[in-house]
Design a binder for this molecule. Sequence first.
Ligand SMILES: *Cc1c(COP(=O)(O)O)cnc(C)c1O
Length: 427
Amino acid sequence: MRDTEIERLLRREDEHYLNVIDLIAASNAPVADVRDNRDWGVAQFRSAEGHVGRKPYAGTGNFDAIERLTALRARTLFGAEHANVQPVSGSLANLAAYRALMRPGDTLLSMSMASGGHLSHGHRKHLVTDLFRVVHYDVDTESGLLRYDEIREIAERERPKVLVAGYSAYPRAVDFALFAKIAQEVGARLVADISHIAGLVAAGLHDNPCDQPGTVVTTSVEKTLRGTRGGIVLCSEELRPAVDSAVFPGLQSSVGLAGLISLAETLYDAATPEFRAYQQRVVGNARALAGHLLDGGLDLVSGGTDTHLLVIDLTRTGLSGQEAERRLQDLGILSNRNLLPGDPRPPFQASGLRLGTPTVTSRGFDADDIRELAGIVLEAVLAERWDSAPAALRARTTALRDKPRADDALADLAPLAAAAPAVADAR
Ligand SMILES: *Cc1c(COP(=O)(O)O)cnc(C)c1O
């Protein structure tokens, strides 16, 4: 069988993706062992449902052994008593956590999307909003920072069952100990969603919410943790039955073995000293990028970053996030428009632009590369006119992209990159 139709589309995506500079904060480029499923034999298609040791199918002993090892690695990496490694995504890990801790109609207190929260924290069209009474807190519009006193006041007033901390576009460190204290004071449980910062937490660069007793920690796998798609819920032994049954049979049935193997290898990778050094470079690159952009005259939400991401406040430039995103895409640089706290523009346009360094760092970008990258971003965002990408700026971007880098995690895919257009979708 030769399915040329899908093959052609797949090669097109390879050519596209391997020819762009990806600054999307939620992306990453996993090492080859995590990606390569050619050696995975029957795992490429095997799936089964149920918990370890209790699968209602014959012949799942080896499957259980793989799942047990994967969960052990997750527990060890994050220092949790229990890990459920079955959620197929971070969003479903969150749904399972909520379901384990709440009944329909209970109150969930989380950050709004405009301030940096996630869809699965209670966007008005998300299932979560149908199931629970969602109340939001926001960051301070001026400083862009969390206001813990105000969050405490809202929690005292609204008496949530679950308080959510951990975000998609918050560039600063989160005080999980303080969040846990607020949750305890109002009789709520803390759900700490570390989807974006899981790699930084695993590397010991950010506070680990697993250290806070009674907290349920959720994460996706494909962001800074540098895996392929997946989700994890971490909790205490006490919460294990509620969390496990919320995942199965509460939310999902079968789990694919390939996803578990990839996750096991992701967690193996994340426990190495090289991974820790990588995360330090990710944060160093984000800080450097933030510094250059500030020096060049741009505003950043919260004035900088402690993480792998930053959000440019485009208000003074007059550009929308959508327009800034388009300019960078014209050059072959991927980013995404992002709402600002109190943003006057609708979400589709937005007034912010979110940039992240996980992927470029995985692809070997060093301090010089980040300086050049910042220079290109500044020229594009501050240009008075933009009909199409200026040739000189395009040439600089291509030179930066094509600079040989020994430690490019995607180097093995280079043959697929062949000369091809840098931009996927024409407008
Ligand atoms: C990305 C993200 C998720 C969801 O992860 P998916 O794997 O895309 O479902 C959940 N929470 C936060 C804060 C995120 O940024």
